[in-house]
Design a protein around this ligand. Sequence first.
Ligand code: NDP
Ligand code: MG
Length: 383
Amino acid sequence: MKKIAILGITGSIGISTIEVVRQHPNEFEIVLASSNNNYSKLLEFAVEFNIPELVITNSALKQKIIDIPNNSNLAFGEDELQRKIESVDCDIILNAISGSAGLRSSITTISKGTDLALANKESLVMAGYKMMEMLENSNTKLIPVDSEHSAILQAIGNSTPDEIRSIIITASGGPFRDLPLNEFENITLEDTLKHPTWDMGAKITIDSATMMNKGLEVIEAHWLFHKSYDDIKAVIHPQSIIHSFVEFVDGSIVAQLSFPTMQIPILYALTHPNHIKSTINRTNILDLPNLNFNELSIERYPLFDIALNAGIQGGILPTVLNASNEAAIDLFLDRKICFTYISRIVEKQINKFHNFQDPSIEEIININKNVYIQTKQNYKNLI
Ligand code: NDP
Ligand code: MG
């Protein structure tokens, strides 16, 4: 039995992980789980899986909860989550918290030396350099959960970075890949939250519509696979069947494919480097649709280019990118700005920020918070 912790158990990735655990009752035991607001679902899972350690990061909910399962210890707050990560006896921690709130848990896991199955790509975007530095002196194995990075990991196998010429990351193109550009002004929140191939949390669904998600994934791939930005490309692949390609120096290209379900990369992250028997996710090749690939248009997806440039410049800029994007998304969810203002706000915040290299984790956390607050307060001057 592998002992696992699931941070963000109530979200889209968390619930897909629950499905994987349900299908493999003899493989995994959940020893720690967290949610932020959704305490009822967390407690439901605690009873179903007999989870001993629970954390609700939103401390304000402390007064509301009266019915704690008999066999569970429940704690509140972000600091308490870090303490539980440090003290829990477990084999692998799956970080499925959304956004910059996931960074501290990634850092604590690496400091502790426990394996980290990482869905929270924002950790690597903000602190990739520091995380790589820490991993050199840690027993942690970092395994991506993101479907594209899971595909790349599988395609690479035992090859070394100098055997790889390039990485080609696929993107569905989101709900607006065929929308005439002159109609972008009229995009609604409801249109944006309807992803054509994946069912995900609100933030990543909006990031997929703007293609910020692909920019974040290129930065994620840069850190995970030690390739320069020149050697990482993104292409539109509307069917989301091929999850990425790796091109080798001898001209061979290896791809990984399956029908789009996050259960496959989640299961692989929990069992890496082995593939274990599973009946849930078979893909019949004869059922596959025709596969297409198109160039990613910067005119349609300006945020992809903005994200890529922030990644190339490095330092604190990817944190500014991520924080201003999170603020712009929250403004869009609150219906305070329209869809096209998301990229405008992020671009303006990045352009006025004075970059510096090698920020500490404390600087990253503080600047992330300040840029988020400042973007939300000042958005009218940024559009
Ligand atoms: P969701 O919004 O569906 O879920 C987020 C989870 O994080 C919930 O459990 C939520 O708790 C918790 N959470 C939210 N805010 C905080 C906070 N401030 N502190 C602690 N916990 C918090 O997101 P997804 O599952 O879609 O995405 C999670 C991560 O995985 C993201 O980084 C995303 O980019 C990545 N990812 C997701 C994919 C997907 O298919 N969904 C695919 C690839 C990567 P509560 O429910 O209580 O609010
Ligand atoms: Mg992805």
